[in-house]
Design a protein. Structure first.
Length: 122
């Protein structure tokens, strides 16, 4: 049988400094990767790199939102989750529209740029 005071000894993972530090590190990495891939995607004319960059942007935004609502009431965290979902849906629609536009307009991305990005990512 569990005692009522036992639950108070557990710490909320959201208040753990290691968890917050990990989120900050993930935010910085995703922000940096967004910058690198959006520049390469635009320079190389690659919708795939631009879409990947937007994925990094979405991840960075999710980490930022998570950090901002940490410790808030469940209502605010639920609203943040809805905002995250809406943001990702908008990014997905943009990628779909940009890809369709590129397919209609024709043209191919610059293979050397895509190859260079692929070689330093892995």
């Amino acid at each position: 049988m569990a005692c009522s005071s036992c639950a108070s000894t557990k710490t909320d993972p959201a208040n753990d400094p290691r968890w917050r530090r990990a989120l900050w590190i993930a935010l910085a990495i995703n922000g940096g990767m967004f910058a690198a891939e959006i520049i390469a995607g635009i320079a190389g004319g690659s919708k795939a790199l631009q879409a990947d960059a937007l994925d990094f942007l979405g991840d960075a935004a999710n980490y930022a939102i998570s950090l901002s609502v940490t410790g808030m009431a469940l209502t605010w965290r639920a609203r943040a989750a809805l905002l995250k979902g809406a943001t990702l849906a908008i990014l997905g629609l943009y990628v779909l529209a940009a890809t369709a536009s590129a397919a209609v307009a024709g043209g191919a991305p610059h293979a050397p740029v895509m190859g260079a990005v692929g070689s330093w990512r892995f």
